[in-house]
Ligand binder design. Structure first.
Ligand SMILES: Cc1cc2nc3c(=O)[nH]c(=O)nc-3n(C[C@H](O)[C@H](O)[C@H](O)COP(=O)(O)OP(=O)(O)OC[C@H]3O[C@@H](n4cnc5c(N)ncnc54)[C@H](O)[C@@H]3O)c2cc1C
Length: 482
């Protein structure tokens, strides 16, 4: 028996038929990332049922030098959960581990396993009149382990923060096979480094998250969803500041979209209707929320916010959703932008942030610049203005050849956009992580000290380099970008 046969036999022995397979039909669906940009090969698909099994598998992999690609719902946007083409790694799926271990309704805390799907978590919280304040378009697939490992964001970060702010404790299997357990939350704990925070956003390169304790909030009693037409993206920034002043803690979401994106959605989605009589250059979608104590005041608050914004000349037109069905329609217009634009042809998509105060100026500056340097393209920026994070998409010229355009012109466009973002002191990955998609760009543009420290941490925690190799951070500088 050669080494890999030996490994396969031991893995099958350890995890049983449900826990380990090399069946091509079962493995293949998990070899390609969500967006279909990366496809790899794998020795097999491991689906352990417990933390003890994960730990034993990690020890087995360490003994045989087999790389491990952790995978949750495979909804990530940066190819982080896809193995490389060598076929030497295994995929370690956490999807089978989806139990709720404990639920403390009074303390508003839930401890669940890494494979629990976000939508299921929402439902479990709602059953107890609580809510988990993080949501995103991939909620039907994304798992708690994946959300933690990418430090996911979404549309409620403005008020509640990203995944980092929701995690109270973590259980993880480290590269040595040891189990790091910080599941019991302590409000105050100053015993040194906060290792759970190091694991959050580490994209499976430092440890395998097996469970987490998460904070929950009281359920919402009501929400007011406002649609606003604006003349200029800079007015969106002024409106955001105004909304923060008037609505304070009730402001839960503030999203922007340009006229082009709204028109694309109206054309693409049969059920989409324009919220306002006329089209405007920019649109803002604002959500105000209230728990039981603030529910009576909410309609007046929404009305006051709009009236005072009109008085200040910040908005051109606006409306408040009449009921929950219309509120959902407004949000659907936002959520449908990505598919609507995909239907228009190839595009280079960038998930970027700059300091919140500068985002409107950045968009006003970068959109015409990109279109001038790359004639025939159209740049659109939409999303989470309140977090200083937009999806900056550059759509291909009408005569572009799909597949070819992305590899040639598209690559140059992305480098240009990332250079611009870096010049504005921003980040080339606001939400979606680095994965394999942006690793060379991170090496090209990242702060050398930051990168060197990340490599030192990687060497300390995963000296064999077996945890998700080729993603986010390598043991040594790769020089890929040169
Ligand atoms: C329609 C749609 C909309 C989206 N919208 C948003 C959005 O608004 N904001 C946002 O931030 N993201 C968004 N995403 C991206 C995606 O949902 C998130 O990145 C999510 O966190 C990925 O979770 P997952 O379980 O699918 O992880 P996967 O895709 O399986 O993995 C993602 C990364 O985490 C690692 N990983 C997974 N599980 C573990 C684990 N248990 N331990 C260690 N490492 C692990 C993987 O190795 C990989 O590096 C969207 C995706 C879709 C499809």
């Amino acid at each position: 028996m050669n080494t890999s046969d030996q490994f396969l036999a031991e893995a099958a022995d350890l995890l049983g038929a449900r826990g380990f397979t090399t069946d091509t039909e079962l493995v293949t669906p998990w070899l390609t990332d969500w967006r279909g940009r990366f496809t790899g090969r794998a020795l097999g698909l491991a689906s352990p049922a417990s933390t003890a099994e994960v730990a034993a598998l990690v020890r087995l992999c360490a003994r045989h030098g087999v790389p491990i690609v952790p995978q949750g719902g495979n909804s990530g946007m940066s190819g982080g959960a896809t193995p490389d083409e060598s076929g030497k790694a295994i995929i370690l799926s956490l999807r089978r581990m989806d139990a709720v271990r404990s639920f403390d309704v009074d303390a508003r805390q839930i401890t669940c396993e890494a494979g629990l799907i976000l939508q299921t978590l929402h439902e479990k919280a709602e059953e107890q009149r609580l809510r988990f304040p993080l949501t995103l378009g991939g909620k039907g697939s994304a798992t708690i382990g994946g959300l933690i490992s990418t430090n996911a964001g979404g549309t409620q970060v403005l008020r509640h923060g990203s995944m980092r702010a929701q995690v109270l404790g973590i259980e993880a299997v480290m590269a040595s096979g040891e189990v790091f357990d910080s599941l019991q939350p302590l409000k105050k704990d100053n015993r040194g480094f906060d290792l759970k925070q190091l694991l959050i956003g580490s994209e499976g390169t430092l440890g395998i998250v097996t469970a987490a304790t998460l904070r929950l909030l009281p359920a919402l009693a009501d929400r007011a969803v406002l649609w606003v037409g604006l003349g200029d993206v800079r007015d969106a920034r002024k409106l955001l500041l105004h909304a923060e002043k008037v609505a304070g803690g009730a402001l839960e979401g503030f999203e922007i979209m340009p006229r082009h994106s709204l028109e694309a959605v109206l054309k693409h989605s049969a059920n989409a209707r324009p919220p306002l009589g006329e089209q405007h250059e920019w649109n803002a979608l604002i959500e105000l929320t209230a728990d039981a104590s603030g529910v009576d005041a909410l309609p007046t608050l929404a009305q006051d916010l709009l009236e005072s914004a009109f008085e200040k000349g910040l908005v051109v037109d606006a409306t408040i959703a009449r009921n929950e069905a219309q509120a959902e329609e407004f949000w659907m217009l936002r959520d449908e932008i990505a598919p609507a634009e995909r239907a228009l042809g190839p595009a280079m998509q960038h998930d970027i942030s700059v300091p919140v105060a500068d985002m409107a100026d950045f968009v006003a500056d970068a959109v015409p610049k990109v279109e001038k340097v790359f004639p025939g393209t159209r740049a659109v920026a939409f999303g989470h203005l309140g977090d200083g994070n937009v999806h900056f998409h550059v759509l291909a010229p009408a005569d572009a050849t799909p597949g070819v355009w992305e590899k040639n012109e598209g690559k140059r466009i992305s480098a240009f956009v990332h250079d611009e973002v870096t010049a504005w002191n921003g980040s080339i990955s606001a939400e979606h992580g680095i994965g394999q998609l942006k690793r060379a760009e991170l090496e090209r543009l990242g702060d050398p000290t930051h990168l060197a420290i990340m490599r030192q941490v990687k060497r300390a925690l995963d000296p064999q380099g077996l945890l998700n190799p080729g993603k986010l951070v390598a043991l040594e500088t790769t020089g890929e970008h040169l």
